[in-house]
Write a protein of this length. Structure first.
Length: 130
């Protein structure tokens, strides 16, 4: 989070010269409101400092969760892309074992259970050699 730049802009009641993420927009909006309260003497300096620390802490936590969500969504999109390729490979295949393994790989991606394909692979390979 670009705290210094956002805080300075909020204290001067001007938009930052940067493109902000949603957590940064929240930080800017909350700090701007706090600075308005402080400058209009609605809140003491001590209370403003305490409130500022709380806002920064809350927004930092929000940013952490926001980044985790973005990473999860990116992984979800990648899994969809991979499943599309796997479905294409299934359509082209004539080997039943390969089709089963590809289908299990797709299920593994859709459920985010990376061990699912390994368990099914062991079952299929075990049955082959019996």
């Amino acid at each position: 989070m670009r705290l210094k730049e956002i805080e300075l802009s909020a204290s001067q009641n001007r938009k930052p010269d940067i493109r902000m993420t949603m957590p940064e927009k929240c930080l800017y909006t909350l700090l701007r409101g706090l600075y308005r309260q402080y400058h209009s003497k609605q809140i003491s300096k001590e209370d403003a400092k305490a409130e500022k620390l709380k806002i920064i802490s809350d927004c930092t936590e929000y940013e952490k969760h926001y980044n985790e969500w973005c990473a999860m969504y990116a992984q979800y999109q990648e899994n969809i892309r991979q499943c599309g390729q796997i479905l294409n490979d299934i359509e082209k295949s004539k080997d039943v074992t390969e089709i089963a393994l590809l289908a299990c790989t797709a299920i593994s991606l859709m459920t985010s259970d990376r061990n699912y394909i390994k368990r099914q692979e062991r079952k299929i390979n075990h049955e082959k050699y019996e």
